[in-house]
Design a protein around this ligand. Structure first.
Ligand SMILES: Cc1ncc(COP(=O)(O)O)c(C=O)c1O
Length: 388
């Protein structure tokens, strides 16, 4: 049988470009020396362009959740009132972190699959007897494949004197994001998503307002002290031993991403999403959630009645060598997710669709895989027509 190249099509970690893998194999260097300082400097400059910010972007050796913890612990004090907007697994996590560190959390829950209702947020902000110190949310809710209205939510937070703390872990370098233009106060990203790196780095950027807030914020912090991270960065270092190899890989990944250009990266992801949705519909499957807020980096699909999601994932990985994602939390078994994040192009997206369709067909869900590919291809054809 023909050897198939395995494809990892989950919403992080993603497959790694060869240049990134090669960078990971470079010999180790002194993390307190000039060579590392140069690497860190170039990475920080590149990250500024990805975040579209003039601020420093700090790189932490941790998974994305460490960045979320840093965001909370550096800008808030125990007892601070915060409004946590939750419409999925990661919105829940942000609220849990704030609670764990002693914030007084008012959680505004939205149906999983819905977009955060900006009107409801406005009402909650207006109704508050004591002002909220911060509003926390997820830009791209990976668990439901929905992207929330971050520019409008930032505007509302600012209008009510609250900091906007935004988890953009799965969105950064995939979904359009303008840190400064949207006045995002704290934004967090992660390495294993649009940046096509292994897991292990978190990135965080703070506005002037957020840096001012850190001065008076008293939540406990040590490893994730961002003031210490910023002071070290000015010396070309990190406070503690960094994952040096991941910084080599970050430099390589940033070269790839910035050579393409942020506008082109965002457009490519948007198009991949459109193609996947057309393919899914052509298979007669139902997209999950409010498609008017569909994510550019991941698509959630309802599992057809009577079929087992776990079996779909296992059979697709084993026979087709294509790994797609399960539903998380209360969506477990109800949906599956097709990622189009990071190292994605037309060929990879078509193979993912074909593999999914063929596996479903083998499981007894009668469908026509070539028709789905044809439907997906129309997204690129129409885009070419618009561009030319
Ligand atoms: C939106 C979002 N937030 C937070 C996280 C958590 O990141 P990590 O698993 O790197 O800690 C993820 C990971 O999938 C995510 O997609």
């Amino acid at each position: 049988m023909e050897e198939l190249e395995p494809l990892l099509m989950i919403p992080g970690p993603t497959d790694l470009p060869d240049k990134v893998r090669e960078a990971l194999a470079r010999p180790m260097i002194n993390h307190r020396g000039a060579e590392f300082a140069d690497v860190l400097g170039r990475c920080t400059e590149g990250l500024r362009q990805v975040f579209v910010t003039e601020q420093d972007v700090l790189t932490l050796t941790s998974s994305g959740t460490g960045g979320m913890e840093a965001a909370v612990a550096n800008t808030l004090s125990p007892g601070d009132r915060v409004l946590a907007l939750s419409a999925g697994n990661f919105g829940e996590r942000m609220a849990k972190i704030a609670r764990a560190f002693g914030a007084e959390v008012q959680q505004l829950d939205f149906e999983w699959g819905a977009a955060i209702d900006v009107g409801a947020v406005q009402r909650a902000l207006r109704a508050a007897d004591k002002p909220f110190r911060a509003v926390l949310w997820t830009h791209n809710e990976t668990s439901t494949a929905i992207t929330h209205d971050t520019p409008e939510l930032c505007r509302l937070a600012q209008e009510h004197g609250a900091l906007s703390v935004v988890d953009c872990i799965s969105g950064m370098a995939g979904s359009e994001f303008h840190t400064d233009e949207w006045s995002v106060d704290v934004v967090i990203a992660g390495s294993q998503k649009g940046l096509m790196l292994p897991p292990g780095l978190a990135f965080i950027s703070l506005s002037d307002r957020a840096w001012e807030a850190t001065a008076g914020a008293t939540m406990p912090r040590f490893y994730f002290d961002l003031v210490a991270a910023r002071e070290s960065l000015a010396k070309g270092q990190t406070p503690y031993t960094p994952a040096v190899s991941l910084f080599f890989a970050l430099e390589a990944a940033l070269e790839i991403v910035l050579a393409e250009g942020m506008e082109a990266v965002w457009r490519r992801h948007r198009l991949m999403g459109e193609a996947v949705r057309r393919g899914v519909r052509a298979l007669g499957l139902e997209l999950f959630g409010d498609v008017s807020h569909a994510s550019a980096v991941v698509t959630a699909v309802r599992m057809p009645e009577g079929l087992d999601a776990k079996e779909l994932l296992t059979r697709c990985a084993e026979r087709e060598q294509v790994t797609i994602a399960r539903g998380q939390g209360k969506l477990g078994g109800k949906i599956f997710r097709l990622a189009h994040l990071g190292m994605v192009n037309e060929a990879r997206v078509l193979r993912m669709l074909e593999a999914t369709a063929r596996t479903l067909d083998r499981m007894g869900y009668s469908c026509n895989p070539p028709e789905a590919l044809e439907a997906a291809r129309t997204a690129w054809v129409e885009d070419d027509e618009v561009v030319s």
